[in-house]
Write a protein of this length. Structure first.
Length: 400
């Protein structure tokens, strides 16, 4: 049987529309409007690197350029409309999804102990009760407030002292929650003092969470393989997503289709029947700078299949071996990823310095595109607290 085909242009536009990148980045960007945007895209990945601005702020700014970081802080820390936990990585999530994470909390209680034993320092699992009591009795703490007398790590980001590992574990299994951030440092408190009671009362059955995870992933992706459904929230396993897909096909709530990739190759996916009748909007021609951790790029293989854009972050690559740069931003123009940008904000001189731009093959930096690039970099500079853009010698590079 011939399956219906989602052509590549339609697939790219549909995917971008679901990720709020098929419209001009204008409109309200605080309060209920910002909460609605985050719910629409599902989650916002949190990352510490501040080359221009941190990933979670870049993700939201790319979609609403009136966005200011204080709006996210207010939603999360005062209004409690958002909370912080793991999807595929640390992320900000709508508070409405909290109940579904209870299954992950329970699943991780033993799994994390097994996984971290031999990786974390010896004795971290003996600190759980002590650290939990410290928070219960003394109130919110950061990693610097616990583990007095324990040797502090010198081996990198994941070299934690035992009480820090215990603190992180208690957060991962739901006994603690992030109540706020001090700069970028997480501050933890008892979950019942952070997560609103209505969210804590939610107690979906495992089957409900499976259906929710796969259904909402499909709605945010537009079309997907079962593996992509499982990976979206990282709440259910590949076998569970396969079983859900078979049952949804039998019920007729999803259908099989083929999606066309950048090169014309096809991949079998599932989608909602009504999705085939949607004519997604053509994104505006403006050029915009995306975070390397943008939800639209989280699945690197999907981005390469749909857009022909091969991307790997080179933060952990030794400098002489980097192909592009330490932290390079993808460039979206319309429904195409057209290049990558190496830029850094120097706040001491209020200057955004552009060190390199590599267009994708077949993309020229003509007059119109150059004007769109300059306009976007001016906007980005203002967002990063800079008042000018400086283009360093040799910034125009050969095609990627």
């Amino acid at each position: 049987m011939t399956l219906p085909l989602i052509p590549n242009t339609t697939a790219r536009r549909l995917f971008l529309d679901r990720h709020a990148l098929a419209e001009a980045p204008t409109g309200a960007a605080k309060g209920a409007a910002l909460a609605g945007l985050i719910d629409r895209i599902g989650f916002v990945q949190v990352d510490s690197i501040n080359t221009v601005e941190r990933a979670h702020h870049m993700i939201l700014w790319s979609r609403r350029q009136s966005y200011q970081p204080a709006a996210l802080k207010r939603l999360a820390e005062r209004d409690r409309a958002l909370w912080e936990h793991w999807t595929h990585d640390a992320s900000v999530l709508p508070i409405s999804v909290y109940g579904h994470w209870k299954h992950r909390f329970n699943r991780d209680r033993q799994r994390l102990v097994d996984r971290w034993t031999g990786w974390q320092r010896d004795g971290f699992h003996h600190k759980f009760d002590e650290v939990l009591k410290r928070v219960a009795d003394g109130g919110p703490v950061s990693s610097g407030d616990v583990g007095e007398g324990e040797e502090r790590g010198k081996g990198g980001w994941w070299d934690w002292h035992p009480s820090k590992a215990a603190l992180e574990y208690l957060w991962r299994v739901g006994d603690l929650a992030v109540c706020h951030r001090d700069g970028f440092k997480k501050v933890y408190d008892l979950t019942e003092r952070v997560i609103p009671e209505a969210a804590r009362r939610a107690d979906p059955a495992p089957g409900e969470t499976l259906d929710w995870a796969c259904s909402t992933a499909l709605d945010r992706l537009g079309f997907a393989t079962s593996g992509e459904l499982a990976a979206y929230w990282a709440l259910v396993g590949p076998d569970e997503a396969k079983a859900w897909t078979r049952e949804a096909l039998a019920r007729g709530t999803v259908i099989e289709a083929e999606v066309e990739g950048w090169t014309g190759t096809r991949r079998k996916v599932v989608t909602r029947p009504e999705t085939l009748n949607i004519v997604p909007p053509a994104p505006p021609a403006r050029l915009r700078v995306l975070s390397p951790f943008d939800p639209a790029l989280r699945d690197r293989k999907r981005a390469e299949f749909l857009f022909g854009f091969f991307y790997r972050i080179e933060v952990f690559v030794p400098e002489p071996q980097r192909q592009y740069g330490y932290y390079v931003f993808p460039l979206l123009e319309g429904d195409r990823l057209v290049g990558r940008l190496d830029a850094k904000a120097f706040r001491d001189t209020a200057t955004l310095k552009v060190r390199g731009l590599w267009p994708e093959p077949g993309v020229r930096l003509g007059t119109g595109r150059r004007a769109r690039l300059e306009a976007e970099l001016d906007r980005l500079a203002r967002f990063a607290g800079c008042d000018r853009v400086e283009y360093l010698p040799g910034w125009e590079r050969a095609a990627a």
